[in-house]
Design a protein. Structure first.
Lengths: 121, 226
């Protein structure tokens, strides 16, 4: 998936706690900017990873991130020539562009603890 | 009397200086691949050097306060606040939509400036010219393109759309509103000349404010209510 990503792509990443959203982002960033360390932006709200195409990694789980001003700021990143990946994107559906790539990660405990079902559309 | 005005809210960053009669100098640069913060300080220094004016000789500092880019708005306002506070001069806030509308001098038209608000929404506000004066007909608002089409269909006047972005021009043309025309496209001319021109009126009418009173004009979309 990382190979096909382009500038101004927006990935809306959803899944319950512990399903591996940040792990998913780590995998994508590894392909695009191999030496970058990825961490969860739960507290900082946004991590920027520099590279050939900059990656903007958001986490909007906290209510501060759902504030009007912060959402207006997030919108500006969508056309900033980078790749935006937003964890918990279903909290800010109103501002997501219509062509965003929606990714849903689910566990399926009947198939084991480390099994994940990933739906991309 | 000298006024320095700038605009960083829209696609083109611009700075201008005017005296009470004339626009003395203006510079504008499209933000293409750069950020306003990188461009604007250089622009201010350059026009002051080029016109042999010292920043301390400026009597008023004006800026667009929105609506427009979230960060762009803050950059312009921060710079004007800093200059105004340090030089102990007054500032003048101007609406970006009024600056766009100011470029239309024709009477008998409903003037509709529009600025991109993303996701097929635009910031807009209706104006008209009456005896050469620009008259504001409503408050600045945020509206979807489809709602704007419906709103305009209630007007019998000829309508003139004006925007500083090619993308919005394209979208407005695609609305195919029969009594609407597009204003000449201001691709690189910038709004600072309108900022200083509209400031002259505010200066004459004592409508200038202190640096700690200037605020961005952010318009909340109704979808934030939920």
């Amino acid at each position: 998936m990382a190979k096909n990503l382009k500038k101004n792509n927006v990935l809306a990443l959803n899944g319950e706690l512990g399903t591996g959203k940040t792990q998913f982002v780590t995998g994508i960033v590894k392909k695009i900017s191999p030496k970058t360390i990825v961490s969860s932006p739960t507290f900082v709200l946004l991590n920027e990873y520099k590279g050939e195409i900059p990656i903007y990694h958001f986490d909007v789980y906290r209510t501060e991130a759902c504030d009007f001003h912060f959402q207006e700021l997030i919108k500006e990143y969508f056309s900033n020539n980078g790749i935006c990946i937003i964890e918990w994107a279903n909290k800010i559906t109103k501002i997501l562009p219509s062509n965003c790539i929606k990714i849903e990660i689910k566990k399926n405990l009947s198939k084991g603890d480390s099994f994940r079902e990933i739906t991309i559309c | 009397m000298l006024v320095l005005g700038l605009d960083t809210c829209c696609e083109t960053c611009s700075v201008a200086i005017a005296n009470d009669k004339n626009l003395l100098i203006q510079t504008s640069t499209n933000k293409h691949k750069k950020r306003s913060s990188e461009i604007i300080i250089k622009q201010i220094k350059n026009i002051l050097n080029f016109s042999n004016i010292k920043v301390s000789e400026i009597d008023f500092f004006a800026t667009t306060v929105g609506p427009g880019s979230f960060t762009g708005t803050r950059i312009g306002i921060s710079i004007i606040k800093a200059l105004s506070q340090s030089l102990e001069k007054k500032c003048i806030p101007i609406s970006t939509l009024e600056c766009l509308a100011n470029n239309i001098t024709w009477e008998n038209f409903l003037i509709c400036p529009t600025i991109d608000a993303k996701n097929d929404y635009v910031y807009s506000c209706f104006f008209k010219r009456k005896n050469k004066t620009l008259v504001k007909l409503e408050e600045e608002n945020i509206i979807s393109l489809s709602a704007l089409t419906k709103k305009i269909n209630n007007y019998e006047n000829k309508i003139i759309f004006i925007s500083d972005e090619a993308l919005i021009y394209e979208k407005l043309t695609n609305l195919k509103i029969s009594n609407a025309i597009m204003a000449p496209f201001l691709i690189n001319s910038g709004l600072a000349s309108s900022v200083v021109q509209l400031s002259l009126d505010k200066i004459t009418n004592n409508k200038t404010i202190n640096y700690n009173e200037i605020l961005p004009l952010y318009i909340k979309n109704c979808y934030y209510e939920n």
